[in-house]
Design a protein around this ligand. Structure first.
Ligand SMILES: [Ca+2]
Ligand SMILES: [Ca+2]
Ligand SMILES: [Ca+2]
Length: 201
């Protein structure tokens, strides 16, 4: 079959210029234009959606690295502290001693479990803010929504996952920092990271 014969059906489909669904020698039909608009529109929407996903992922990874840093600031601050007060040398009383009124006074690990033995929170959400803090015990500026929740507990050396050990009951201590972030216009903070370690001293 020759080339001319193969082309013939195409001529039939095109039909006459001016009839609905057909195009003239120099233009596009309404259907072609509509289809092109749809194709371009879908393409643009996909690009916008991809951009949004990228920005969300980027924000999450920035927040995750900020959270890791805030956890490590506490770890660095407390890593060299003795487990119990260097002056009294006693396991009890647990928590800050009488003359230790703020984080700048704390000189042993159990001080960071607070007066009630249930931990301390360093947060930008407090009024006035008392955190988050860095390893030098200074409040880090421009950290709206961020908090460090620090707890200290004794652990059973043979079963460190046992959460029922009373404060002061053993010699082995574990520090845990939970870092939370409350996004703008949200009321509930999100846990961003959790780090814990056995006190080495
Ligand atoms: Ca102390
Ligand atoms: Ca103490
Ligand atoms: Ca405790």
């Amino acid at each position: 079959m020759g080339l001319a014969a193969k082309r013939q059906p195409l001529e039939v489909i095109r039909g006459h210029s001016g009839s609905p669904g057909c195009r003239g020698p120099n233009g596009f039909t309404l259907i072609e234009t509509a289809l092109a608009t749809v194709i371009v529109g879908v393409g643009v929407l996909s690009i916008v959606a991809a951009q949004q996903a990228f920005h969300k992922q980027n924000a999450w990874s920035t927040n995750a690295s900020t959270a890791t840093r805030l956890g490590n600031e506490i770890r660095e601050m407390t890593f060299r502290l003795p487990r119990h007060d260097p002056v009294t040398g006693l396991i009890l009383p647990w928590g800050p001693e009488d003359n230790e009124l703020w984080v700048g006074d704390f000189d042993d690990l159990d001080d960071f479990d607070g007066d009630n033995g249930d931990g301390l929170i360093f947060s930008a959400d407090f009024d006035p803010p008392n955190g988050p803090i860095n390893a030098r015990r200074e409040i880090i500026a421009n950290m709206a929504g961020w908090s460090q929740i620090v707890t200290v507990r004794n652990v059973d050396p043979f079963q460190i996952t046992d959460m029922t050990v009373e404060d002061g009951a053993t010699e082995m201590m574990m520090v845990e920092v939970v870092v939370t972030y409350r996004p703008p216009r949200e009321t509930v903070p999100i846990e961003m990271t959790r780090v814990s370690w056995i006190a080495p001293n």
